[in-house]
Design a protein around this ligand. Structure first.
Ligand code: PMP
Length: 391
């Protein structure tokens, strides 16, 4: 069964490609020609409607299957009545994050998801002609936001294990580079850089460049892995570290993430920040989640990382070679044709995953870790589908 686009997607596509009313020439900056609008994973309700089944599983956006923490749900419910007001300035959240991380509140800035902070970084730091160096394939937002500025993303191939190749990254840094980004664990491959290699790398990045560590999946890392915030505190150089409440803290729908860095950097980013960037419920829920984390987070992480290992073993048992993942997802290279075919065949069975690869060309599939029965259902379906596809 093929999945047709939703009416909403059709309308959106028409707007993009066959606008009935011309807008002034060059109204949209030519620099945006290479920037494709982000296409998120298909929503569950969308697929339910199309297939006429209620039993749809979404393992596509690296969300947590766990609900928000109990204390977060309480403040979200209680805060609804106050939504007629603008949010407070987010000092309470910054204080709470400062306390959680052992830093001062002026070293941290919250944003409407790490994604909005990525946009702030590029907006605040990159002029036309400047360069941002990053690994590839990796989180597309870094590339997109660089292009939006009219700046140049320099994409450095990953190491064979799906982690960032830090030596290659250093080689790519030149005098036009202003930012160098390390995503670890990397999305989509799940590879992590070692703590020792990261420290060596940070000590070698030239002074005219700011290294940024995107630790969106930090909480899923093992005990010996890097901790960018602790590392930055030890180093005699500026480093920025980004983390999010979207993944381990189960607040993806509220949109809240943060960056840690020197106060001058935080002030610089604040200059280009949207007014009231973090909504009132997100602020309250993030603070409550930090307080609730000791009671709930370790068990959740244990469940998800153990499921991740089962998923990797299940993929290997099907004859595939998944990348070793340190996140809440697993990536496996299957080739562009098989990735596309698997994506639509799984979709027609009510299983939403992410076909992915460089520049959106689907060279592999990335599956997020859900509940055990959801992961099993994916593996069973994959086991049935693989033999039907040409290698
Ligand atoms: N960085 C990486 C590596 C990610 O995978 C994601 C989300 N997929 C983000 C940043 C953005 O996270 P947020 O939900 O906080 O915008």
């Amino acid at each position: 069964m093929s999945i047709a686009s939703t009416p909403c997607q059709v309308a959106w596509t028409r707007q993009l490609f066959c606008a009935p009313m011309a807008i002034p020439a060059n109204l949209i900056r030519p620099a945006l020609a290479g920037v494709a609008p982000y296409v998120p994973g298909r929503p569950v309700a969308d697929v339910q409607r199309e297939l006429g089944i209620s039993d749809v599983v979404k393992l596509a956006s690296n969300e947590s299957p766990f609900p928000p923490m109990p204390a977060a749900l309480d403040v979200i419910r209680a805060g609804a009545a106050d939504l007629k007001r603008y949010p407070e300035a987010d000092w309470a959240l910054r204080e709470a994050l400062g306390e959680h991380l052992g830093i001062s509140a002026d070293q941290v800035l919250a944003g409407n998801g790490v994604d909005s902070l990525i946009r702030l970084f590029c907006h605040a730091c990159l002029d036309v002609g400047d360069r941002l160096v990053m690994g590839w394939p990796s989180f597309i937002s870094w590339r997109q936001s660089t292009l939006v500025q009219g700046a140049e993303p320099v994409l450095v191939p990953l190491a064979a294990d799906g982690a960032y190749d830090l030596d290659a990254l250093l080689t790519a840094v030149d005098e036009r580079t202003k930012l160098v980004v390390v995503v670890s664990p990397n999305n989509p491959t799940g590879g992590e850089v070692s703590a020792a290699a990261l420290e060596r790398f940070l000590r070698q990045v030239p002074d005219h460049v700011l290294p940024i560590l995107d630790e969106a999946y930090f909480e899923f890392l093992g005990p010996d892995a890097h901790d960018g915030v602790a590392l930055a505190a030890r180093l005699d150089r500026p480093v920025a570290v980004m983390r999010t409440f979207s993944k381990a803290y189960s607040l993806a729908g509220l949109r809240v993430g943060y960056v840690v860095g020197p106060p001058e950097l935080i002030v610089g980013l604040s200059r280009v920040r949207n007014i009231f960037d973090v909504n009132a419920l997100a602020q309250a829920a993030a603070i409550a989640s930090l307080a609730d984390a000791p009671a709930h987070l370790p068990e959740r992480i244990q469940v998800l990382t153990s499921e991740r290992e089962s998923m990797s073993r299940g993929l290997a048992a099907l004859g595939l070679a998944p990348c070793r993942s340190a996140g809440n997802f697993v990536f496996v290279e299957v080739g562009p044709e098989r990735a596309a075919a698997l994506n639509s065949a799984l979709l027609s069975r009510g299983i939403i995953i992410r076909p992915t690869g460089p520049f959106g060309a689907p060279g592999g599939i990335r599956v997020s870790i859900g509940w055990p029965d959801e992961n099993r259902r994916f593996l069973d379906a994959l086991g049935e589908l693989l033999p039907t596809l040409p290698v």
